[in-house]
Design a protein around this ligand. Structure first.
Ligand code: AVJ
Length: 313
């Protein structure tokens, strides 16, 4: 893990245009800061998806058309709070299913299992820690159909080609008739999106700069985070929110674990994240390009976000 981190940091910070991957935001600190982001009123994604999953559980389950017991496999379950409403609906209606939350963090899974055990004692839960695809491969052998959950808009972190590759990999590890429920943030008034990412409280700035603190701690670097700032920008044509760390001075930073001193120019950028927004047409095309049939788009009342239900054909 740390090894991959070191290699990716080396590659990203010695590239001509510097970049770091947003997947490294989520150490313990970063996960806590992300909770703060989800609690900001400006970060509408969380509330919108929560509304969909609490108000439209019945529509989702009816649309699955599974006639046997089934598995619900959640990729990147996190604390699982929004999934709770869907699980609660199923348990209360005596539906026969297994819930398999998958996460790379043992700590996240432990918390999730404890919470769900208290709130839904009758839930049949089979948590897994590890690589999505290893686990999906095993799950494909199950006698029962599966519903995969990929929620929260995480697909937005992938550039188009990469998103297609990832969804094709999901598809390869599913049986015909299996379903995927996948969250997309939808293109909307640019100001609303701008405010969700370039927030006044500086929480998203802290979320980004935490990555430098993580490099300091795990890779023995000496980033002075007061000498860096945060900038992000929404392009309403492409739907890309791009986030950057900005060097406020010409400076050099030593990173012991990779044996390098990295030079930063005045105002030089490190690209940290893509959070892509989709139109409903783009979602339809992406489903097709990855061998799925789109069954239905479930939307919140403001049409800010969709959980899109796809079938492997
Ligand atoms: C967890 C990837 C869905 O892109 O909206 C929040 C992460 N970044 N604010 C997103 C994030 C800045 C988030 N995802």
């Amino acid at each position: 893990m740390t090894n991959n981190f070191a290699q990716d940091v080396l590659k990203g910070l010695t590239a001509k245009s510097k970049h770091l991957s947003s997947k490294y935001f989520y150490d313990d600190n970063g996960s806590r800061i992300f909770q703060e982001i989800m609690n900001m009123p400006e970060y509408y994604l969380t509330d919108a998806e929560f509304e969909i999953l609490s108000m439209q559980s019945k529509q989702i389950i009816d649309a699955l058309q599974f006639s046997t017991p089934f598995n619900i496999v959640e990729l990147g379950a996190g604390d699982g709070f929004k999934t709770f409403k869907l699980l609660e609906y199923l348990v209360n209606n005596d539906v026969d299913f297994n819930y398999m939350p998958i996460d790379i963090s043992q700590e996240a899974i432990d918390i999730l299992v404890e919470r769900l055990g208290e709130r839904l004692p009758n839930l049949n839960i089979r948590p897994k820690v590890g690589d999505y695809f290893e686990i999906l491969k095993v799950n494909k052998q199950s006698d029962f159909p599966s519903l995969l959950l990929f929620l929260g808009g995480n697909i937005g972190n992938y550039q188009s080609g990469k998103a297609r590759d990832l969804l094709n990999l999901f598809n390869d590890n599913m049986k015909i008739g299996d379903k995927l429920l996948i969250g997309f943030d939808i293109k909307k008034n640019p100001i609303i999106i701008h405010n969700a990412y370039y927030d006044e409280h500086g929480i998203t700035k802290r979320f980004n700069l935490n990555l430098l603190l993580r490099i300091n701690r795990e890779l023995g670097a000496d980033f002075k985070i007061d000498d860096f700032d945060f900038y992000c920008h929404y392009n309403p044509i492409t739907g890309d929110v791009k986030s950057y760390i900005v060097s406020l001075r010409k400076q050099s930073v030593e990173i012991k674990a990779i044996n390098k001193t990295i030079e930063f120019d005045y105002n030089e950028l490190i690209w940290t994240e893509l959070s892509k927004k989709y139109s409903l047409d783009e979602i339809r095309n992406l489903a097709k390009a990855s061998n799925f049939q789109l069954i239905t788009n479930l939307l919140d009342c403001k049409h800010y976000f969709t959980d899109s239900l796809w079938e492997k054909i």
